[in-house]
Design a protein around this ligand. Structure first.
Ligand code: SAM
Length: 280
């Protein structure tokens, strides 16, 4: 058994958006074990045992949203790799996500792109694997595009879970355009928050008494997703459910509200799955 890692001492400066990777492992771990869990993730459960950090005190009680997002992305990636056995996966802002081990594909080349301080934590806390390539680089920097494009053959699945809301709309559009132009063919997954929630974070949203979430400038109503996606040449929307729709028993009230089109289109966060083929 590895010794517990005191994250406060390991990285005293972890704050802002990088700190949110601790929030997502905390909430996901509450739904990653046992017969009724959303995810089966023994590596995450072991990881939580090794981290000495007051998750509940910092972030408050867990909700299922991050486990829902991860399971939805796991299923999209599984289906992609079943159709495209030579496909690769790139995860932008991967933090301490253990998706590579949950998906457990025997051949996939998997690229984890995150800021240097977050990659450092990932390197320290998760096992190294010859097919999990770590790239310390902003998702907004072309360096990861150059590196991945040089190394892969075949189509690519790009996932950006819990990341794009921290950028501006113009940055997100430019990033999606670069991805479709550079990789030619593949799929993309990301999640959106609605504008009312974005505004709340810009005013300093307190998730718990001790924790204020970082500002999330990019909010988009689900009803606008189809026209947003159409702005990116070659990008095609496959699905955009609310967080409550894929596994309704975990979010019963929001699943019921999701049936009301007016509420869903204006007020709900969404899980966006697209395909792209730019003909390159
Ligand atoms: C909310 S966490 C999500 C982590 C992971 N996707 C998950 O679901 O557990 C946001 C992640 O985005 C990373 N991040 C923030 N800004 C970034 C940037 N410009 N480029 C790449 N990653 C970034 C943070 O370091 C952090 O790991």
């Amino acid at each position: 058994m590895n010794a517990a890692v005191d994250l406060e001492r390991l990285s005293p400066g972890l704050q802002g958006v990088p700190e949110t990777m601790l929030l997502t492992i905390w909430t996901r771990s509450a739904y990653s074990d046992g017969p009724h869990s959303l995810l089966n993730d023994p590596l995450l459960m072991a990881l939580m045992q090794r981290i000495d950090y007051d998750f509940r005190g910092r972030f408050g009680p867990p909700t299922p949203v991050h486990a829902v997002r991860s399971r939805y992305a796991d299923e999209r990636i599984h289906a992609f790799l079943a159709r495209e056995p030579e496909g690769s996966v790139v995860v932008l802002g991967e933090g301490l996500e253990t998706q590579f081990w949950r998906v457990a594909h025997p051949r996939v080349q998997w690229y984890s792109v995150d800021l240097a301080e977050s990659i450092g934590i990932r390197q320290r806390l998760l096992p190294a694997h010859e097919r999990n390539h770590l790239i310390a680089c902003s998702a907004l920097d072309d360096q990861w595009l150059d590196q991945v494009a040089q190394q892969i053959r075949g189509p690519v699945f790009i996932s950006a879970a819990g990341l794009l809301m921290y950028f501006t709309e113009a940055q997100v559009l430019a990033l999606l355009e670069k991805i479709t132009r550079r990789f030619g063919r593949g799929e993309a997954f990301f999640d959106t928050i609605p504008p009312w929630f974005s505004r709340k974070t810009l005013r300093g949203w307190k998730l718990s008494t001790g924790y204020t979430a970082p500002p999330m400038p990019f909010g988009m109503p689900l009803g606008r997703v189809p026209s947003f996606v159409k702005q990116v040449p070659g990008l095609r929307l496959l699905s955009c459910p609310t967080f409550a729709q894929p596994y309704p028993r975990y979010m019963r009230l929001f699943a019921l509200l999701s049936h009301i089109g007016y509420l869903r289109r204006r007020f709900a966060p969404g899980l966006i799955h697209c395909a792209f083929d730019s003909g390159n």
